[in-house]
Ligand binder design. Structure first.
Ligand code: PMP
Length: 429
């Protein structure tokens, strides 16, 4: 595969952009090799600057659920740009958007638009803190909620009490207000709540984790969080930036039938435009300025182009339930193909999957939380990733990511993904 132009652009980029990229995982550090510079994408395929074509399994990390450059979204954006790109004033489209989100996501009664998932989660915990007049939050080791200071905290080994900053620049003061629990371990949550009486404002969780690879909640885990929050007056926040409108029209909360108090959304509700949102119960959301005392704002929030794209995709998803059956059938075919291949090579690697999310973990032990995810052979994943790229399949460049299947992936692409997987796995074992 010739990647000369990508290599040249990466060298140029490194002169002017830290690490040559505008978001770290794009640099392929976890898998080795240089990143590809993308020129365009269409349907199930993405094309790099050297003209190589790849089957797309990243899909902008989730939002391209209908594949790339889908005409309904393209037309909506084209239609909107003539009316100017931004006003910083209220528009009808924002009202329609809020109506769609509150109509589709079961627990959301009021919603505020922002510009990214990071903004959504940062704002949600501020509101939860304002609402409860408490300072601490509980997050789970391995769950990612964007790069807000409060979320860049990892569990120190065995230290499940106080967070330590995961990045220079996060102050110890901020870190001390983030408590780290283990995903799927209700006991670790109850302990933190008991040790910090009347101090925990919110528990934030990816209801299905996508950021340690795809990790499903164990039976009773989300229900248990709901009970703990109800008993201790804590705001339960589901971060559905990845799962929202993907696992069901109403997200993981609809699919798994557990309702949070607040929900954060991103990516998909802009159809690929930079968008996020947070919402929840009326009494909580009414704490947001200018209705309430908790300040949160944004010049570009509710941007008309982003709203046009978002309305187009959400309306489509609401009216076309077959989207979900299609992507889930494709995913099921991929999962059963993986199982067959693993049998052929005599490996019992773990496959976690729900709906249209799937991760193949290079570990024979179950992956149920960050500790078990860390046991994966990441070097082997790197070889698998590079082998797949050579064969024209663009996976997420990390073991700790989920694949996101789009409706543009048909039988031909599925067959190619599986035959490439078979060849690559045989060649690296
Ligand atoms: N929450 C979750 C669950 C995410 O997966 C992400 C990003 N992948 C974010 C929040 C942050 O979103 P953004 O990158 O748009 O800031």
């Amino acid at each position: 595969m010739i990647t000369e132009r990508s290599k040249h652009l990466f060298e140029e980029a490194k002169k002017f952009i830290p690490g040559g990229v505008n978001s770290p995982v794009r640099a392929f550090k976890a898998v080795g090799g240089d990143p590809l510079f993308i020129q365009r994408a269409e349907g199930a395929y993405v094309f790099d600057e050297d003209g190589n074509r790849f089957i797309e399994l990243i899909n902008s990390w989730g939002p391209m659920i209908l594949g790339h450059a889908h005409p309904i979204i393209e037309n909506a954006v084209r239609g909107a740009i003539h009316d100017s790109l931004s006003f910083g004033a209220p528009t009808e489209k924002e009202v329609q958007m809020a109506g769609l989100i509150t109509g589709m996501v079961p627990s959301v009664e009021k919603v505020r638009m922002v510009n990214s998932g990071t903004e959504a989660t940062m704002s949600a915990i501020r509101v939860a803190r304002g609402f409860t007049a408490r300072n601490k939050i509980i997050k789970f080791d391995g769950c990612y909620h964007g790069h807000g200071d409060s979320f860049l905290i990892a569990a120190g080994s065995g230290a499940m009490t106080m967070g330590t900053p995961d990045s220079p620049g996060v102050t110890p003061g901020t870190a001390a207000d983030t408590l780290i629990a283990a995903f799927n371990d209700l006991e670790s949550v109850s302990r933190l709540v008991a040790e910090n009486p009347e101090q925990v404002a919110a528990i934030i969780v990816e209801p299905v984790a996508g950021n340690m690879g795809c990790v499903l909640p164990a039976e009773g885990f989300l229900e248990g969080l709901r009970t703990i929050c109800d008993e201790a007056g804590i705001v339960l926040i589901f971060d559905e930036v990845m799962t929202g409108f993907r696992l069901a029209p109403g997200g993981a909360q609809e699919r798994l039938d557990v309702l949070p108090d607040m929900t954060t959304l991103g990516k998909i509700i802009g159809g690929g435009m930079p968008v996020g949102a947070y919402g929840g119960k009326k009494e909580i959301m009414d704490f947001v300025s200018p209705q309430g005392p908790v300040y949160q704002a944004g010049t570009l929030s509710g941007n008309p182009i982003a709203m046009a794209a978002g309305l187009a995709i959400l309306q489509y998803l609401r009216n076309h339930n077959e989207v979900y059956s299609k992507i889930e059938e494709t995913t099921a075919t991929i999962v059963s193909g993986y199982r067959e291949i693993l049998k052929e090579i005599g490996k019992d690697y773990t496959i976690n999957s729900i709906g249209s999310m799937v991760s193949l973990f290079f570990s024979e032990a179950p992956v149920t939380d960050m500790n078990s995810a860390k046991k994966c052979d990441t070097a082997l994943f790197g070889r698998y990733f590079r082998g797949m790229l050579e064969k024209g399949v663009y996976l997420a460049p990390s073991q700790f990511e989920s694949l996101f299947i789009s409706t543009a992936i048909n039988q031909a692409e599925t067959d190619h993904i599986l035959s490439a997987t078979r060849e690559v796995l045989k060649s690296i074992h």
